[in-house]
Design a protein around this ligand. Structure first.
Ligand SMILES: [Zn+2]
Length: 926
């Protein structure tokens, strides 16, 4: 007998799979699925593994269902990160060297070549392909490309011509996240930290300080009337700087930021923060106020100076109270200016006292601040002496007035910090003038996207709100960069199209990727692509025959059926691709569905390459075997749930596969005559097939595995127990073995291929027909009978445990017919509250009195406990319990090793007989 050896199964199967998954248009119905392609700048970990393995299971499932399946893969190498990595390696940065040499295990001679960014992506693209293959991904590798291939760039140029002509590409002035080291705008993918940070527009309130201004940034300019003081950090070095010809006092950091925001800045001298403390400033709208010391003032937040409105800002209120408790500045009183329902005269004081907050570091401070901010904005009104207008109106008016009359300007800053670039530099806000944008803010474009989203299948359904929200808030997107790899921007060749903007319609490119490379890129004009993808006719198209073949591929495969990706891509890529599709392709070529994944944890903590908390996919495959990794990643959670990689659980998955393998090897050639119990086994099998098929149609990989693995395993255990002495199973077991192997093939294809061959099949199980449930083989009555028996055996076992005597005999007391009548009536009834009264109207039942009401109550409880799939058939017809137990008498005697008597509860005269119920006989152990 062939030993269980996953490594060996993998080796022999890889050979048999060579080119097996290359897929061409055929007369069969197609199923086209894609995964967000990887950016190969480091090694893959098991979290990435699931992103590709789940779609592979789905691909394999539909392939066996007879569909023509396309599962392609490519590599995304556009962008700046890899340029940064190559620079860091060139300057021997120890952290980077450690990551690549020790964690990703790049050999020293290869690492030396990593000073060229293209070498890095080519190396890892090859590695990715190798590891993906080792995991058994059934990919058509002929279609592989990288996003800097010249032919792909021609495709991207065509894509952008359409976006541009549709008015979706604009040039403008915009604040963007910017890295001054890379001299480039930064996208989410370029960030080590702060990818949730948004650029916020602040108003700078200009306080007079001698001949200078001290600007403070605020989102609530209307609260100027309530300013009681400014805050300066005595430990920070401020600077006196000439900003656009006027003198400002700001933090050093602010001076650097203002340069990026269209200001001429010339730093004159440094001023220690402590020199500002206790000086005064003035503003026409609040008069003269002092500068107070505050350690919490962050020089890296806006200007590094803060205006204090203790009546309406909890932080200011507490900071002032702390100083006053030390006996300082006790003359300062909060100055309220807004009336808001639900709060007292001084809202900040009211909120802080109600929440019982005693110090600034209380974690509830942010929430409290947000609450007051929202309440005042939505319901607040300024006091009459300040104009009496609602806050939401006054805010913009005061801001405008300040800009017109009181020297205020706008400053952009992040709402949360830090925001750190992959290069390690702090990201700042820069105003770009010659920046190109995709106009995602365009309401007409948004509407097209929303309309199409309604037609898309989204899995799980809960993600729909997140997509809707993203479409709603998306703003214009800086779509070009100065540094990195990628396609040149056609209207400004000094710039490159950034990574999230050149990877939105490549799913269409996959359909032709293997054929288009036969054509000289110079011939690939937009007209060529217009013909392939849009069917537009042009005279003199080159290579017409090849173009026709590509047009045929595109028409066959497109649109894609499902796209798979992790959920963190909803806010960018997954939504962007819909924007681009609706702008370019006709309605019948728009994406059909998306499946969104949860995240991967390692021993309970989030997996992260930069933090070193990862388990490499390749290591996992060599340690546990590809099938184990696949089964664990798809079986331990549904795809949209988070999964947690723990070695001990992975090991038990491996044992599970081993159990399946050895059982299959045992039963594959079984040939005995079928017994009664075989009808039960085959009936159950049809149900597993049906449930598993439905689960996989719904992408529920975990549910599917429960059915196919544990479900069938448990049945077989019972089956073997029920076989008569000297019988080891019938030829039905061989049928089951064939079905079982095919059901598990999408999950553990290496083991399944090996077994399939051992079973004498010449073809690959990967292309074998998916089992179909045969309704005629489902026998509910037999299943009910076995269920009754199994439950009774369980009851006997638990009673034995309880009483702990050595039994001499066992008596099973069966419920009388009238109890069955009661049971059925209750099970059929739609109103279980009134049904007992109904039953008791019957003369026979009335005669039984108390006995009948008790039985009815017990039956109701029992019916609640039994699963619906048992109650439903019992409502129609009860099981002939006498026949079931008579037939099983020998079995029970064998199981318990004592004589077994089966008797009618009422005629037996046994006191316990009164407790016998339908589907729950009374048990007497003596
Ligand atoms: Zn950077």
């Amino acid at each position: 007998m062939s030993e269980f050896d996953l490594g060996k199964f993998e080796e022999e199967t890889h050979e048999r799979w060579t080119r097996a998954f290359e897929s061409n248009p055929s007369d069969r119905e197609k199923f086209y699925l894609t995964v967000a392609f990887p950016y190969p700048s480091g090694a893959m970990h098991v979290g990435h593994g699931r992103t590709y393995i789940v779609p592979d299971v789905i691909a394999r499932f539909w392939r066996m269902r007879g569909r023509q399946v396309l599962f392609p893969m490519a590599f995304h190498v556009t962008g700046a990160p890899v340029v940064g990595i190559s620079k860091r390696i060139a300057r021997n940065d120890p952290k980077t060297i450690h990551l690549y040499r020790d964690l990703y295990k790049v050999p020293q001679d290869v690492l030396a070549e990593f000073t060229d960014p293209l070498t890095i992506v080519k190396h890892f693209a090859a590695e990715y392909q190798r590891v993906m293959t080792s995991c058994g991904l059934s990919i058509d590798w002929r279609r592989r490309f990288i996003t800097v291939d010249p032919t792909y760039s021609k495709f991207v140029e065509w894509q952008w011509k359409h976006l541009y002509e549709a008015g979706h590409v604009i040039k403008g002035v915009h604040p963007v996240r910017y890295c001054t080291v890379d001299d480039n705008p930064v996208g989410d993918h370029d960030l080590l930290e702060g990818d949730r940070a948004e650029v916020i527009k602040f108003t700078l309130v200009m306080f007079h300080y001698g001949d200078a201004f001290i600007p403070t940034a605020t989102l609530r300019p209307e609260t100027i009337h309530g300013v009681t003081n400014l805050w300066a950090n005595p430990n920070v070095t401020y600077v006196r700087a000439l900003v656009d010809g006027k003198t400002w006092i700001i933090s050093k950091e602010a001076a650097e930021k203002l340069v990026l925001q269209d200001h001429m800045v010339e730093v004159k001298e440094e001023i220690p923060g402590k020199d500002l403390v206790d000086k005064t400033v003035s503003h026409p709208l609040c008069g003269t106020v002092p500068i107070l010391p505050a350690d919490f003032v962050d020089p890296d937040m806006a200007t590094g100076m803060v205006m204090s409105v203790p009546a309406h800002a909890p932080f200011d209120y507490i900071a002032l109270r702390d100083l006053q408790q030390q006996g300082k500045y006790t003359q300062i009183k909060p100055v309220p200016l807004i009336k808001v329902e639900g709060y007292g005269e001084v809202p900040a004081q009211d909120a802080v006292e109600r929440a019982g907050i005693h110090h600034q570091m209380d974690s509830r401070m942010d929430t409290l601040t947000q609450e007051i901010y929202s309440a005042e904005f939505s319901k607040g009104k300024l006091f009459a002496k300040y104009g009496g207008k609602p806050v939401r109106v006054a805010r913009d008016e005061v801001a405008q007035e300040m800009c017109d009359k009181y020297h205020s300007v706008v400053m952009y800053e992040f709402d949360t910090r830090p925001v750190i670039c992959r290069c390690g530099n702090k990201v700042k806000v820069k105003i770009l003038h010659d920046q190109w944008f995709l106009k995602y803010s365009d309401p007409a474009w948004k509407k097209q996207v929303s309309d199409h989203l309604k037609d898309m299948a989204l899995v799980p359904p809960e993600v729909r709100t997140e997509f809707d929200r993203t479409v709603g808030w998306l703003k214009d997107w800086a779509c070009t960069r100065r540094v990195g790899l990628g396609t040149r921007f056609p209207w400004d060749p000094a710039q490159l199209i950034e990574p999230l903007s050149d990877s939105t319609v490549y799913m269409a490119y996959y359909t032709i990727a293997h054929k288009i490379r036969e054509i000289d890129p110079k011939l690939l004009t937009p007209a060529v692509f217009d013909y392939i993808f849009l069917g537009k006719k042009f005279p003199d198209l080159p290579e017409k025959k090849k173009l026709d073949a590509m047009r045929k591929e595109f028409l066959y495969w497109y649109p894609y059926d499902y796209r798979f990706s992790a959920k963190d891509l909803i806010s960018n890529h997954l939504t962007f691709q819909i924007f681009h599709h609706v702008a370019i392709f006709p309605k019948d070529k728009l994406p059909k569905g998306m499946v969104v994944f949860g995240m991967g944890l390692l021993n309970g903590a989030k997996m992260s390459s930069s933090k070193g908390n990862v388990f490499l996919l390749e290591d996992a495959v060599s340690e546990f075997g590809a099938d184990t990794v696949r089964m664990f990643l798809t079986g331990s959670a549904e795809p949209w749930q988070d999964f947690d990689w723990r070695n001990e659980l992975v090991l038990s998955t491996k044992k599970q596969i081993e159990r399946f393998y050895s059982t299959a090897m045992e039963i594959k050639d079984a040939g005995g005559e079928p017994q009664d119990i075989d009808r039960w086994l085959i009936s159950r099998l049809q149900e597993h097939i049906g449930k598993m098929t439905t689960a996989l149609e719904n992408f529920q990989t975990r549910q599917a595995l429960q059915e196919a693995s544990f479900g069938i395993e448990t049945d077989l255990k019972w089956y073997r127990r029920r076989l008569p002495d000297g019988c080891s199973g019938s030829r039905e077991l061989a049928t089951l073995c064939s079905v079982w192997t095919r059901l598990l093939a999408p999950f553990i294809p290496f083991t399944a291929e090996h077994l399939w061959k051992e079973m004498g099949n010449k073809d690959l199980v990967s292309f074998a027909p998916w089992p179909v449930a045969d309704e005629h083989l489902i026998n509910t009555r037999i299943e009910l009978a076995e269920e009754l028996l199994a439950r009774t055996v369980e009851d006997i076992e638990s009673i034995q445990k309880l009483i702990q005597i050595t039994p001499k005999s066992l008596t099973i007391l069966l419920a009388p017919a009238w109890k069955h009548e009661i049971f059925e009536t209750i099970a059929r009834s739609s109103d279980r509250n009134t049904v007992i009264k109904e039953i008791m109207k019957d003369d026979q039942m009335k005669k039984r009195g108390r006995e009948a009401t008790d039985a009815a109550k017990q039956c109701t409880t029992l019916i609640h406990r039994l699963p619906p799939h048992i109650v439903k058939p019992l409502a129609e017809e009860s099981v002939n319990e006498r026949a079931v137990f008579d037939a099983a008498q020998a079995f029970l005697e064998k199981e318990f090793g004592v004589p077994v008597h089966i008797a009618d509860a009422e005629s037996s005269g046994h006191v316990k007989g009164a407790t016998a119920l339908p589907f729950k006989p009374a048990i007497v152990i003596e």
